[in-house]
Structures are given as C-alpha cells and as structure tokens.
Ligand binder design. Structure first.
Ligand SMILES: [Zn+2]
Length: 244
C-alpha cells in the first residue's frame, strides 16, 4: 500500500459530458486527494440549437475549464469538430496517446451502445484503446503502460441492446448541496443553458463488468488498486435512485 493518489480520467465526447456524468464523484475524489482529469474529445461546436462554430467551441471550452476548476480537476478539450468523432485508426491512436500521457488507474467514459454517435465512438475508442495501451509496438512515440487501467461506464438511459445495470454507485447528494456541484451547474447553465435542468442531483453510477457490490470511497492516504474502488458496500443505493 502506498500514499500515492489514484489518477482518474473522466473522458467524454463533449465539453460537458464528464462533469454531467461524474461531476459529483469527481469532486469527491478530488477532495480525497486523487488526481482527476476531465476530457472532451470534441470541441463542442455543435452543442447548441441556435449557436455554432468556433465561438461556441471557445465558450464551451471556457465552461469546461470553469467546471473543472470548481471540481478540483484539470481539463482538456480536444479539437475534433463536434458531431464528427469516428472510430478510425487515427482517432484510436489519438486516444491511446491521450490515455498514456495521463497514465490513469481508472477511466470513466460512455457506453459504446450510446445513441449519440460521438458518445458511442468515445466509448468504443476507449474500449479499443484499452486493449492496446500496454503494447509497445502501438504508437511507439508514446511510452506504453505497464498495466491497463480499470474502465467504468457512465450511466445512461438506453435500453437497447442492453439496459444499463449499475454495479458501482456513488451517492453525491452531499456534494450537490455544496458549492462544487451548484457551481458546476452554474458554470454550464449560464452561457449555453444546456444542463440547467439536468437531473445530476441524485447519484452518479457506473458499471464495471464482473464487479458486484457498490462503491466504497477510498482515501488517497491508503491507495488501493483501482479495482478496490468497487469493493462490496452494504449501503443502500439511496432513495433518489439512479438518473443520468
Ligand atoms: Zn455529450
């Protein structure tokens, strides 16, 4: 056991995905001393009904940075035009280099079955990259990882081809009542107004295949393996249930 904090990468397709899906959990982890990074693969330039292009992308980048600062995380917004993410080799290699440069113990991202193509490809890119992160011959300009990180899925409401089944949940009710998450909503709800009504106030949940039990927070001072984040917990899910 070491005092080294965990490195947690929350990777979304758009500049608000990481904090919408895991902002409360990110704030909780950050407060524990873990190193959290929020990433968007696209520039967010198509994420508004009446505005678009570089000006919207700049605004959404600023919003993502503001939200990350409130959460206590670092922020990275990629340059892929919103709505055009694909699962080609170039994209896969970009994600491999991105993950290797941060060296995460844990990655949270979209399910590869999400209806939105950017979300779906983000999940698929992480899934495909995860297998290759430890292979030296792949992207040799980027030092390979000694071990693959644990990958968890964001919760979602999609039912086909399979309904999301949470195996790991994190109650963020307290964080939502505090400035971090209220500020997070304000950071995004101001300029674009996209998530001001988003029900992130219940719980953030993830699923890790093969894992049973609920999330039990860990302390940075006693760094467990990333898989230990999901050890069984007898606490109930909470009256608010799971939303996304
Ligand atoms: Zn999105």
């Amino acid at each position: 056991m070491t005092a080294e904090p965990l490195r947690i990468l929350i990777l979304g397709a758009h500049p608000d995905d990481a904090d919408i899906k895991a902002g409360g959990t990110a704030a909780k982890w950050s407060a524990m001393g873990h190193v959290v990074r929020l990433v968007s693969l696209t520039d967010g330039g198509a994420g508004h009904q009446s505005e678009r292009g570089p000006e919207l992308a700049r605004r959404r980048r600023a919003e993502a940075e503001a939200a990350a600062a409130i959460i206590g995380a670092s922020s990275e917004v990629g340059g892929v035009p919103d709505g055009t993410l694909d699962d080609g080799i170039e994209s896969r290699h970009r994600v491999i280099r991105l993950i290797r440069s941060f060296r995460p113990d844990l990655i949270l991202t979209h399910r590869p079955t999400d209806d939105h193509p950017d979300h779906r490809f983000a999940g698929l890119l992480v899934q495909d990259a995860a297998y290759l992160l430890t292979v030296p011959a792949i992207c040799p300009d980027s030092p390979h990882l000694a071990a693959s990180p644990v990958v968890l899925d964001f919760s979602d409401a999609f039912r086909k081809p399979c309904r999301f089944e949470p195996h790991v949940t994190v109650d963020i009710g307290r964080e939502f009542d505090e400035a971090a998450i209220v500020g997070d909503v304000a950071a995004h709800g101001g300029p674009t107004g996209r998530i001001s009504n988003h029900p992130i106030n219940a719980a953030t949940s993830f699923v890790m295949p093969g894992t049973r039990g609920r999330f039990r927070p860990c302390r940075a001072s006693s760094r467990p393996s990333a898989r230990a984040l999901a050890r069984p917990n007898s606490e109930p899910l909470g009256s608010a249930g799971i939303r996304d």
